[in-house]
Design a protein around this ligand. Sequence first.
Ligand SMILES: [Zn+2]
Length: 107
Amino acid sequence: MTPSSEQTDTVPHPGPGLKSIRLKHKLLVGIFIVYIPLLSLFYFLQLPQWLVLGGAVFLLLLGIVVAFMIGLTRCPACGQLFHVRGMGGSIFTGTCMHCGISLKRRV
Ligand SMILES: [Zn+2]
């Protein structure tokens, strides 16, 4: 057994994990993009105020939940938290804060 084959046996294939992280990023960006236009549409359609406020609170809570899901995502290559290192971090980073693997990597 060569050292390179041992390494491929122990390191999980990062492709599906990276795809999942990219999907969560796209979902959060989609929520940001949809938020103002959708609530403006609700307002201009003169829907009941409770529905406009309910939609705003729902989208806000959905964004917070997705942001937490992104923040707690583990890197498929190194197993550490992808977006957090120590006390710092960013949910918008495109590279792992520990091993540096990029989300742009296509496998
Ligand atoms: Zn990593």
